[in-house]
Design a protein around this ligand. Structure first.
Ligand SMILES: Cc1cc2nc3c(=O)[nH]c(=O)nc-3n(C[C@H](O)[C@H](O)[C@H](O)COP(=O)(O)OP(=O)(O)OC[C@H]3O[C@@H](n4cnc5c(N)ncnc54)[C@H](O)[C@@H]3O)c2cc1C
Length: 386
């Protein structure tokens, strides 16, 4: 563990957890770190190639069981997310959306045939999935979604549009949430179905090493077996978001760790006024505060991970983790940037890239404000959403 592990938190992990972490860290060192600044600058990422490599290591749907999935613990999955995001939040997003959103939705709510069809190729990275909940006019409030599903004989017909969908332009299948007569339902939609079009969202200033897109659904006719039979109501997509948020609680710490490690190296080698930046009390105060926050965030992630592994994790507890760890990771990235001075804005260093990425991470999977409202409701018993 790095110097920032002041509290020897590493000792709280089991041997297998440390091994999984080491394998993912090596993969990120070999296959992400040397290339990611370039992907970021170009706004392009070899998503299919990476998916296959992640699949070979068993990282896709790794916390799910059966159908070619690794069946790891929530803590092991979290550690993998941390290492992936130490490379780049966009790369971690590829894995999170595939495993925790698209695969999880099919694994939890799909028919046996849907699981057999989609999960094995998704686990190897041969097939890529995405998760379409957000719409152009409905983000934090998915209950108001405008996408409609209507029955026509045995078929379903979907009409509407989804926006800001990670992986959509490279995906083979989308889990689409739509309002039917009886309420919100989920569908596994092959993206080559007539009437489906995807368009990449360009000019993102954040998560540039992640493919994001729009999905249009123009009278898309689907057979009856495209419906996820067990998903009834909004609580189904929300349960998928809880899964993905658990990975983000860990992942954000990875981005923050990479910022901190970079900054520690920089501050000890860069000299001003005849001494290293690290020798100034103001710099040490910043470094100390950031390391303390990182350790607190790690303890929080580990606690939530252990709760998940014992089956006791509640959604509002995940909100505590997502709210705190992303907010603090972003604060760490911004503070680290100041210590790097002008080099802090350069793509030669990863700090500003992490900070810019974390702006998206702060917004997706429930904005900070939405998590504050979830926690506020739990504290007071009063809903302040509307
Ligand atoms: C890079 C990226 C990738 C994404 N990937 C996916 C994906 O794969 N699948 C998917 O479905 N979505 C995805 N999203 C969408 C993301 O989940 C939404 O952007 C998010 O839910 C917020 O919705 P919005 O952008 O419409 O903001 P809005 O809901 O319009 O919110 C705007 C602001 O108002 C605040 N606000 C809203 N309601 C309230 C309230 N009741 N009280 C107080 N404040 C409020 C919000 O907190 C926010 O600050 C992605 C987004 C990004 C940026």
């Amino acid at each position: 563990m790095p110097a920032i592990d002041l509290l020897d938190l590493d000792s709280l992990l089991g041997e297998e957890e440390r091994q999984i972490r080491a394998v993912v860290r090596r993969l990120v060192d070999d296959r992400v770190r040397p290339y990611v600044a370039d992907w970021y600058e170009r706004g392009e990422v070899p998503a299919r190639e990476l998916a296959r490599e992640f699949g070979r290591l068993g990282l896709l749907g790794m916390h799910l069981t059966g159908y070619g999935c690794a069946g790891s613990s929530a803590v092991a999955y979290g550690l993998a997310c941390l290492e992936l995001e130490a490379g780049d939040s966009g790369v971690r997003s590829l894995v999170s959306v595939q495993g925790s959103l698209a695969m999880y939705a099919i694994w939890r709510y799909g028919s046996e045939e849907q699981k057999q069809r989609w999960l094995p190729p998704m686990a190897t990275g041969e097939a890529i999935g995405c998760f379409g909940l957000t719409e152009p006019d409905h983000g934090s409030d998915p209950a108001s979604m405008a996408t409609r599903a209507r029955r026509d004989g045995d078929d379903w017909v979907l009409t509407g549009g989804k926006m800001w969908i990670t992986n959509a332009p490279v995906a083979d299948v989308a889990v689409i949430w739509a309002r039917a007569e009886e309420g919100v339902r989920g569908f596994a939609v092959p993206l080559d179905t007539p009437g489906v079009t995807t368009r990449e969202i360009r000019r993102k200033m954040s998560l540039r090493a992640s493919v994001t897109g729009e999905i249009s659904l123009d009278d898309v006719r689907l057979p009856a077996d495209a419906l996820l039979p067990e998903a009834a109501g909004l609580k189904a997509p929300l349960s998928c978001l809880t899964e993905a948020r658990s990975g983000i609680v860990w992942g954000a710490l990875g981005a923050a760790r990479d910022c901190l490690e970079t900054t520690l190296r920089y501050a000890t080698t860069r000299t001003q006024f005849g001494r290293p930046l690290a020798g100034f009390q103001l710099t040490q105060a910043k470094l100390a505060d950031m390391a303390v926050e990182w350790q607190k965030g790690y303890l929080l992630a580990l606690h939530l991970g252990r709760l998940a592994d014992s089956g006791d994790l509640r959604p509002e507890q995940v909100s505590v983790g997502k709210l705190n760890n992303v907010r603090e990771a972003l604060a760490i990235a911004r503070q680290c940037r100041t210590i790097l001075g002008a080099n802090g804005v350069s793509g030669e260093y990863p700090v500003m890239r992490h900070g810019d990425n974390l702006e998206s991470v702060l917004t997706y999977e429930g904005t900070s404000e939405i998590h504050q409202l979830v926690i506020g409701q739990r504290l007071t018993g009063v809903s302040a959403f509307t």
